[in-house]
Write a protein that binds this ligand. Structure first.
Ligand SMILES: NC(=O)c1ccc[n+]([C@@H]2O[C@H](COP(=O)([O-])OP(=O)(O)OC[C@H]3O[C@@H](n4cnc5c(N)ncnc54)[C@H](OP(=O)(O)O)[C@@H]3O)[C@@H](O)[C@H]2O)c1
Length: 276
């Protein structure tokens, strides 16, 4: 099976490329090799390559910068998935598109499953939701995979930032009023692998199990070594509003017979240990 992987230079893209290598024929294209916001380039590449699947890990992921650069977020998160999906439909390929827990407003006060209605609070979430809608409207066989709070070995993420800040010395001030599903990129990459092997279509929530606030996650990262002080989102002064609780759960993933991802504490502990 031939896979065209976009956004292959990102933290998830790199781990998905590694998980699929040797199993499928993977053409992993980073931004320099395929700009997904260029409709013509997308169409030509998909036509030339004629993949069985397109796996889209490309995105504009800087949630705060998206507030002041809406055009860029819109091009990559909203329109580009539509270009990829329409090219997939023309080529007879299927598409797996990665989306986010930030499509939800967090007001439910409990974990969101695939039947819950999105209502994004920020530009990033709004553009990602529009990307989902464009993929679904394309007519391509599509799998939408919503995940959350990603961290892994590559690129920058919350876990690496906390470890780095802890090395410089505490105390750390971390928001305690945002709750979500911390998810290890290699666990998600394994889920992508399972999904492509099966395959399965439609909307799936896939994240490590359980819920944590950023404060709880930080405590789990640094243990007792460094003092962590809980603060509010208002005190953090970040420009983009974020949902108070965007924890994901799934009714479709397990119903389709896929194994749940392990609890977030287990994945995080193994990751931190692996960094030494
Ligand atoms: N990170 C999270 O916490 C999180 C949470 C929920 C869902 N997600 C979703 O998970 C997916 C993967 O995110 P990630 O954490 O791996 O993000 P990431 O590390 O920022 O990777 C995204 C990649 O997309 C690339 N990209 C940006 N614009 C592009 C374009 N026009 N054409 C081609 N590539 C482009 C980026 O390249 P440059 O670096 O050169 O810009 C980067 O390599 C995304 O769909 C994201 O929305 C992420």
């Amino acid at each position: 099976m031939k896979i065209l992987l976009t956004g292959a230079g990102g933290q998830l893209g790199r781990d998905v490329a590694a998980a699929l290598a040797g199993v499928f024929e993977v053409h992993a294209l980073d931004r320099a090799r395929l700009d997904v916001s260029d409709r013509r380039q997308v169409s030509d590449t998909v036509f030339r390559m004629s993949p069985d699947w397109i796996v889209n890990c490309a995105a504009f992921t800087d949630v705060d910068r998206a507030e002041r650069d809406q055009a860029a977020a819109d091009a990559v998160n909203a329109r580009a998935p539509g270009y990829l999906a329409e090219a997939a439909a023309r080529a007879g390929a299927a598409i797996l598109h990665v989306s986010t827990d930030y499509v939800f407003d967090g007001a439910k006060g409990a974990a969101y499953d695939e039947n819950d209605s999105p209502n994004p609070l920020n530009v990033y979430g709004r553009t990602k939701l529009e990307g989902e809608e464009r993929v679904l409207a394309s007519g391509a066989r599509a799998c939408l995979l919503r995940t959350a709070w990603l961290y892994g070995r590559h690129g920058s993420n919350f876990v690496k930032a906390i470890l780095e800040a802890a090395r410089r010395g505490g105390p750390l001030r971390v928001v305690a009023d945002q709750v979500g599903s911390p998810t290890l990129t290699t666990d998600l990459a394994d889920a992508v692998h399972l999904l492509l092997r099966r395959p399965a279509f439609g909307l799936f929530h896939v994240a490590n199990q359980g819920a944590a606030s950023r404060y709880q996650q930080a405590r789990a990262i640094v243990g007792e070594r460094v003092e962590v002080i809980p603060i509010s989102s208002a005190e953090s002064g970040r420009p983009a509003p974020r949902p108070a609780n965007s924890t994901l759960t799934s009714v479709r993933w397990e119903a389709a017979g896929f194994p749940s991802l392990r609890p977030w504490q287990e994945a995080l502990a193994q990751f931190v240990e692996s960094l030494g």
